[in-house]
Design a binder for this molecule. Structure first.
Ligand SMILES: [Zn+2]
Ligand SMILES: [Zn+2]
Length: 250
């Protein structure tokens, strides 16, 4: 698997686009992990084939994680997409996306020219899609959020969405090859959000092999640069990806 970071920021960071990752499997399937306000333009800058994308994962229903969907679908329509697109997320995913699309571009859902297939993910069961096994666990966030573990049979990648990890996340991510985890602050200053310290504790407890920190609060990233650099230097398995970075899993 390969993970291309289209954005690494939180909702309000003017210097970094919303956290979004384009995953490509060894078999060539592609999955977009979250699609916030800024993600669709970054996606199309990285991929100009309208039929290439297999699936979109939405971790939760906050704008910086799914308000890019209308632009994604509009541009696919404009480019003449024909292949079915899978949209995967929590229980209300179909209703939320239909509503959002109707507000953004009334009537366009009926003339997309390609099918949408909605899949509901639940911690109670796994999905199989795009050659991957999809399993989830709830995090502690202000909106219900699911952390996602993707397994292609040879490597495993975890994508947190937003929220602090609890025991169910710890069980899901054990020994995974790469965890892409939100870290809003340095320590656990903000309820309902992860932190660099919390991510490091999770990695130590579960044996995560590589940990990529995303969704840092813009101000924290600006004001605590030297402290963050020092933490990275002390932990060789920790990375702070930038837009355009590619991480390749074995
Ligand atoms: Zn967010
Ligand atoms: Zn959120």
């Amino acid at each position: 698997m390969k993970a291309l970071f289209l954005g690494v920021g939180e909702a309000c960071d003017p210097r970094h686009g919303n956290t979004s990752v384009l995953l490509t499997t060894a078999d060539g399937a592609t999955v977009l992990l979250d699609c916030g306000f800024t993600a669709a333009h970054r996606f199309f800058a990285a991929c100009d084939d309208p039929d290439r994308l297999d699936a979109v994962w939405i971790s939760h229903f906050h704008g910086d994680h799914f308000f890019g969907i209308p632009l994604l679908l509009l541009r696919f329509l404009d480019m003449g997409r024909r292949r079915e697109l899978a949209l995967v997320g929590q229980e209300a995913i179909e209703q939320k996306i239909r509503h959002l699309m109707e507000m953004a571009y009334p009537g366009f859902m009926a003339k997309l020219g390609f099918a949408l297939r909605f899949h509901v993910a639940s911690p109670a069961g796994a999905l199989s899609l795009a050659g991957l096994r999809w399993r989830t666990a709830p995090t502690r966030h202000s909106q219900p959020n699911l952390g996602l573990l993707l397994d292609d049979g040879s490597s495993r990648l975890y994508f947190s969405g937003d929220g602090r990890p609890g025991d169910r996340v710890a069980a899901l991510v054990r020994d995974c090859d790469l965890a892409i985890h939100e870290a809003f602050r340095i320590k656990d200053e903000v309820p309902g959000h992860g932190s660099i310290g919390g991510c490091l504790r999770l990695a130590k407890r579960t044996g995560i092999r590589r940990l990529a920190l995303v969704h840092l609060e813009g101000r924290t990233r600006q004001e605590h640069g030297p402290e963050i650099t020092a933490i990275l230097a002390r932990h060789p398995t920790l990375v702070l990806p930038q837009e355009g970075d590619l991480l390749v899993l074995a």
